[in-house]
Ligand binder design. Structure first.
Ligand code: OGA
Ligand code: MN
Length: 286
């Protein structure tokens, strides 16, 4: 296995492994590398659903979808696409288009859940002729770069992450019960990584405001924090080829998709691994 670190503070490309046939020793080395680099890209793996699910389960229990109405048909596999299930392109302002536009803002998957996502693993299916890259921003080094006064001020702050705030229209196709299962939650803005012990900024587009602070003022502070955090050298950009798989750590990384020609289809598939918690209502038992 060859690990090629990116030039950014996070991200590495991994060569010389076959994710279809992974022995436990290599699996362990991959997880160690993932803790170090936070984002691992595996070019040319061409996984199918079952292999994608099996690889993801090495990282923990998978989360089920929010709603099969928009996201897909298998509970483990989220279809990230601008194409409806019948193969036709969604129009501007439609549910798939709206989800993709949301994905183009910096975020951490499932940060609006009580138990947030640990990992997300994305693989390609259909790619546009240009654009459509995915970018990752290192919230560990973003935290480290804050000035001491700001670190002090943020140290005990909780941030409300709210699906209704960030999703708005994209949730139109969901049932009332599905939406009601996603009440606002509060998470520490300075997150300590369970495995590495490193501190990072836990923010992104689902973050609405800071508990106990003025909503509008704290909202603009969160925007400003995100903007200054998501800058070079903390950005790793993955330019997709068909067959690639990328897995990232949502606890310490923000990500976003980049635009592509809107008349071209782009279809990716994602699994989401939940943080370890026996009472997680979103966790699939398998
Ligand atoms: C995701 C996501 C970005 C992209 O699948 O969670 O945010 O590039 N995707 O599609
Ligand atoms: Mn995402």
């Amino acid at each position: 296995m060859e690990i090629v670190p990116s030039e950014a503070t996070l991200g590495a490309r991994i060569y010389g492994v076959n994710l279809h046939q992974l022995d436990d020793r290599t699996g362990k080395r991959i997880i160690e590398a993932w803790h170090e680099y936070s984002v691992l890209a595996f070019p040319g793996q061409h996984l199918d659903d079952e292999a994608h699910i099996a690889f993801s389960r090495r990282f923990g229990h998978l989360e089920r979808l929010l709603t099969t109405a928009i996201e897909g048909t298998k509970p483990e596999i989220f279809r990230v696409a601008n194409v409806r299930p019948d193969g036709t392109l969604d129009s501007a302002g439609g549910p798939y288009d709206t989800l993709n536009r949301g994905n183009q803002q910096w975020h951490s998957d499932s940060s609006y859940k009580r138990i947030t996502a640990k990992a997300s693993a994305l693989r390609t299916h259909t790619l546009p002729s240009s654009g459509g890259e995915t970018q990752f921003a290192d919230m560990r080094s973003a935290y480290d770069a804050l000035d001491p006064a700001r670190k002090d001020w943020l140290a005990d702050k909780l941030v409300v992450h709210d699906f209704a705030y960030s999703h708005g229209k994209a949730a139109d196709l969901m049932t009332d019960a599905e939406r009601a299962a996603l009440p606002p939650v509060a998470h520490p803005v300075v997150r300590i990584h369970e495995e590495t012990g490193r501190k990072s900024l836990f923010i992104g587009r689902h973050a609405s405001h800071i508990v106990g602070e003025d909503v509008e003022r704290s909202r603009s502070l969160l925007r400003e924090l995100t903007e200054s955090a998501c800058q070079s050298p903390r950005i790793f950009t993955h330019r997709w080829r068909v067959g690639d798989l990328v897995i990232w750590d949502n606890r310490c990384v923000l990500h976003r998709g980049r635009p592509w020609p809107p008349d071209e289809p782009r279809i990716l598939f994602r699994t989401t691994v939940a943080c370890d918690d026996p009472d997680n209502e979103w966790q699939l038992s398998r």
